[in-house]
Design a protein around this ligand. Structure first.
Ligand SMILES: Nc1ncnc2c1ncn2[C@@H]1O[C@H](COP(=O)(O)OP(=O)(O)OP(=O)(O)O)[C@@H](O)[C@H]1O
Length: 894
């Protein structure tokens, strides 16, 4: 086959240079795709595919107009493709093309989504002993593999690194940041189990970055180059973390996103500053999406009233990364309290904040060089929001006395005002979205530009008045002056007077009712105006680029201002929700006590007439066994406790009348698993591995929520596991625990384990009707009303009736026989509740079966055994013992 030449050949050879999935190559006013790429984008984006021939062969071809590339790029990248973009540039002998960027999910700058967009790298610590991972159970046994992680959001310039002590922690960090693209380090690539978890649990593309970029020496060099020696040394990062961070930087650089300059700050994300919220818990508590994957109905959607996308991002981050520092939490609380108490000022603040744009993102765009004049106007307007926010805070005594004042101090207001002024002086009020055609800058900004504008306007003025002058001077009617692409500027004269035009008029076109002319003077003016337009466009673009570079140089300032506004927005959102829903400021402390009076579930209370409930736990009452009928509200009660603790640990108010909350170091939950079945793990297996994780990871300072542990297996296995887990949590771990169970057997544990207390969700039964009271009371319940719920759910009456019958008999007789299959002489089996096993088969008449021969012993044997057990061997002389043995043998022989 002959190799393609021409444009197709050029495309194919550029494509061979890149590891991207798709190449978009500029050809004049279009970006074109050829061959397989054309087929692929045709299908994915519904583009028309035509064909192009080269060397007698036909190649599929598809294209999009230059200015429309962005939405197509976004669509492709969001579907997980990496797209290379090749631009065309002029050369002395025509033009050439080169790949300028590879756009990937983690390096897409053009995002319009408010969510953070993290690119992550995960690296196994090569200094750790074992070559692979230890078992799935988590926990840190000797030789456990540790991990280094890096997370960069190129759209905002955020860059964080973290360490993970084991694979579960690594997954937890990944889940917290929810990256869109992950670069697995060389050893992670061979770890099938971790790769599967990354694939299954996260919605991220796994990309293979150059292995070399992970090499510790090279990565550290890269990192030092970006953030400076001092920062890198001060943070004392592990080798794996440096390797992950360096690889992320190289990847961003290689893809050509050109935003490295906006990454000015390296932050460490320390797990021990934060409350551990493992992947399962984040999902179980429905923090950012419900168990069904919907955003609405999540805790975040319920409490989010932020005005800006940066504020929303920050609030979500708080929720996913609750804090453990009393100081941090009390500072946030103080701001929320002040804002909650100042309704008018808060409304005003939120209104002002509503005018702010996403400064962190704008800073990235300026650094990348893709910000247009509208973007810089947005920067100007957002900088202008800062003094108004400050004014509002400072003029309201409660707010002025709150930590909001310190938050405002974090942004350099003087510098911000100076940059805002420069932008205000420089930019035109309504600039176009193109940056090369002038109209971007204001009068008075640059003398040379002003001069060009004056001259340009003078020619325009001359042109605008030309028609009148010509009418007057040459006594013509029906004269107009206009311009189009083919004819340039022309004088158009009505046909009726066309033969009266002066001699110096030169005809250029005849139309049905008119004629078009030009003159030497008009042509000269046309040349002048074109020259002026070109000069103006070039000068403005140059000045604009300088202005944009000036903004890019202030990336750190913009990030500070953006962060300040986002923080105030998030705090105001917490305050609004608290004020509107009657939430209170909890007292947070380092002790054990957890006292919630009249607590409510933050999400359920939005849609239900909620019955508030109390919780009281401390060192001596650290384990609550929650019993109660099905559907009574056990799960809701336990989740409510977890959500209230979580809200307290983001520094927010809580849905309760009063709350005193001892800070926890982690929240662990085990509740019904909904979607794991799809991943090929049995419900019980999931239940047990979640329990295992909790038993490994929870500490004395953690909050553990267990909903029906052991339900997924045989009753007695289930009870035994639940029993043993309770003992372990109580005796060995000492975590604050709420454990809902239908195994009433467990309620007896309160008698022997001192910290265990029983509570139950009450229900009222009258005439067979059950009313759920939703009130939690001390003590156990002995009824489960499961059969009532079966009836409510539409299980057929005969089944419900028979279940009632079985239950009554079980309660009274502790044994129940199974009914046969309708024959006159059915085979029956007896279930003995006290032993938990089936006996039988029994006689058809229902009588007891014949005793097993080995089960009873004759009187002589019994007597021998009794004597044997009563003999004190140490106290009996050997001869006497021997005589006794002979006697016994004789008795048994008889
Ligand atoms: N305090 C409350 N006030 C009002 N409604 C509530 C309250 N607690 C729970 N509910 C509602 O009761 C229903 C059942 O609650 P939940 O699922 O917590 O019961 P459960 O006891 O855990 O049930 P099961 O044992 O069957 O799992 C839910 O629809 C919930 O919204």
């Amino acid at each position: 086959m002959t190799e393609a030449t021409g444009i197709v050949g050029e495309f194919l050879s550029l494509k061979a240079e890149t590891d991207a999935d798709i190449l978009a190559m500029q050809c004049g006013d279009f970006y074109e795709f050829f061959g397989d790429d054309a087929e692929l984008v045709g299908e994915e984006l519904d583009l028309k595919v035509t064909s192009k021939s080269s060397q007698g062969q036909s190649y599929p071809m598809a294209g999009v107009p230059l200015q429309d590339l962005t939405p197509y790029l976004k669509a492709l990248v969001e579907r997980g493709y990496r797209v290379a973009v090749a631009d065309q540039y002029e050369t002395d002998d025509g033009h050439a093309r080169e790949i300028v960027r590879v756009v990937t999910p983690g390096t897409l700058l053009e995002t319009s989504d408010a969510d953070a967009q993290y690119l992550a790298a995960i690296v196994v610590d090569a200094t750790a002993g074992s070559s692979g991972r230890s078992g799935t159970g988590g926990g840190s046994s000797a030789g456990e593999t540790t991990y280094g992680l890096a997370f960069a959001d190129i759209t905002t310039g955020r860059f964080l690194v973290a360490n993970a002590e084991d694979v579960d922690e690594a997954m937890t960090e990944c889940y917290r940041f929810d990256p869109v693209e992950i670069l697995p380090g060389p050893r992670v690539r061979t770890d099938d189990e971790l790769l599967t978890q990354l694939r299954d649990r996260l919605d991220a593309r796994l990309s293979l970055a150059d292995t070399e970029s992970f090499a510790p020496k090279r990565a550290t060099h890269r990192l030092r180059g970006q953030f400076g020696d001092e920062t890198v040394d001060r943070l004392e990062l592990t080798e794996a973390t440096r390797s992950a961070a360096g690889a992320v930087l190289s990847y961003v650089e290689e893809t050509g996103a050109g935003v490295l300059a906006s990454m000015t700050r390296l932050q460490t994300h320390r797990g021990d500053d934060h409350v551990t919220l493992d992947v399962t818990t984040q999902r179980n508590l429905e923090l950012t999406e419900t168990m069904h994957g919907d955003r609405s109905g999540s805790l975040f959607a319920t409490i989010d009233h932020t005005e800006t996308s940066a504020g929303g991002r920050l609030l979500k981050e708080w929720l996913q990364r609750p804090r453990r520092s009393l100081e941090v939490l009390e500072t946030r609380q103080a701001s929320v309290e002040a804002l909650a108490a100042s309704a008018l000022a808060r409304d005003e603040l939120r209104e002002v904040l509503g005018e702010a744009y996403d400064l962190e993102r704008l800073a990235s765009r300026a650094t990348h060089g893709s910000a247009d004049a509208q973007d810089l106007l947005s920067v100007r307007d957002t900088l202008a929001v800062l003094p108004r926010v400050a004014e509002c805070v400072e003029s309201t005594p409660d707010l002025a006395a709150s930590p909001l004042t310190d938050i405002l101090e974090r942004a350099d207001r003087e510098q911000a005002a100076a940059l805002q002024n420069r932008l205000a002086e420089a930019l035109a009020d309504d600039p176009p979205s193109t940056v090369r055609q002038g109209g971007l800058l204001a009068r008075g900004y640059d003398d040379e530009l002003d001069d060009l504008i004056d001259r340009h306007e003078a020619v325009i003025e001359w042109l605008e008045t030309l028609a009148d002058r010509e009418k007057r001077e040459h006594d013509l009617s029906h004269v107009s002056v206009d311009r189009n692409k083919t004819d340039g500027y022309y004088i158009q004269v009505g046909r009726s007077v066309a033969d009266q035009v002066p001699e110096h008029y030169e005809e250029i076109k005849q139309l049905k009712n008119s004629k078009r002319f030009t003159t030497d003077e008009l042509e000269a003016k046309e040349r002048e105006i074109l020259r002026l337009e070109e000069q103006r466009g070039e000068l403005e673009y140059e000045l604009f680029q300088r202005l944009r570079a000036d903004v890019a140089d202030h990336a750190t300032l913009l990030q500070d201002v953006g962060r300040t506004l986002a923080t105030i927005d998030a705090l105001a959102s917490l305050a609004s929700h608290a004020a509107e829903n009657g939430w209170v400021r909890p007292t947070v402390h380092d002790g054990d006590a957890l006292e919630i009076t009249q607590g409510r579930h933050p999400v359920v209370e939005q849609t239900t007439e909620f019955v508030p409930n109390d919780v009281s736990m401390d060192r001596n009452r650290g384990f609550l066994l929650v019993t109660g009928p099905n559907m009574s509200g056990k799960s809701t009660y336990m989740r409510q406790v977890a959500c209230i603790v979580l809200l307290a640990q983001i520094g927010g108010f809580v849905p309760a009348r009063e709350a005193e909350i001892g800070l926890v170091d982690g929240i662990f939950t085990r509740v019904g698993a909904l979607d794991e079945l799809a991943q090929g793990r049995s419900t019980f297996m999931v239940e047990m591995s979640e329990l295992s994780n909790i038993l490994h990871a929870a500490t004395e300072e953690s909050l553990v929520i267990l909903d029906e542990v052991g339900r997924g297996t045989a009753t007695y296995d289930g009870i035994s596991i639940a029993w043993a887990a309770t003992e372990y949590l109580h005796n060995e771990i000492g975590a604050k625990t709420l454990f809902a169970t239908h195994y009433h057997e467990l309620t007896g544990l309160a008698d022997t384990l001192p910290r265990v207390a029983n509570v139950h969700v009450a229900a009222d039964e009258r005439d067979g009707d059950v009313t759920f009271l939703r009130t939690v009371r001390d003590g156990p319940t002995d009824r489960s009303y499961g059969i009532h719920v079966a009836g409510l759910a539409g299980v057929p009456d005969p089944v419900v009736d028979r279940a009632r019958d079985v239950l009554d008999r079980l309660r009274e007789e502790k044994a129940i026989e199974a009914k046969g299959g309708g024959s006159s002489d059915p085979v029956q089996t007896v279930f003995d509740v006290s032993s938990g096993s089936f006996r039988g088969p029994v006689n058809a008449d229902g009588g007891e079966p014949e005793p097993d021969a080995g089960e009873t012993l004759d009187a002589d044997t019994q007597a021998v055994l009794e004597e044997l057990s009563s003999v004190d061997v140490n106290a009996t002389p050997p001869v006497e013992l021997l005589t006794k043995v002979q006697e016994w043998q004789a008795k048994l022989d008889d």
